[in-house]
Design a protein around this ligand. Structure first.
Ligand SMILES: [Zn+2]
Length: 90
């Protein structure tokens, strides 16, 4: 079996294993599922710092986008309800 590689996105060095932890999350069926997280980092600590900062930035952006999407969806729903109301009135 081929060993899976996980090179650093910045310098291309093979990442080294840092830690592993198990998170228990509720599943749709009402029971719990275990999710294994593995954290790998660049062997170059300076490079890793930069990569991590970049990841944090991206995450923030994603969270913001998700929030905006949520807001838009809510707005659309209320607009739709409003439009239906108007239609019935006419
Ligand atoms: Zn690196």
């Amino acid at each position: 079996m081929k060993k899976s590689t996980n090179p650093c996105t910045r310098c291309g060095k093979e990442r080294v294993f840092l830690r592993e932890w198990v998170e228990t999350v509720p599943s749709f069926l009402g029971d719990e599922v275990k999710v294994i997280h593995r954290e790998n980092v660049c062997p170059d600590s300076e490079c890793q710092k930069i990569v991590q900062a970049e990841l944090d930035k991206q995450k923030k952006k994603r969270d913001e986008l998700a929030r905006n999407k949520d807001e838009r969806l809510k707005n659309r729903k209320s607009n739709f309800a409003l439009a239906r109301k108007k239609k019935t009135l006419n």
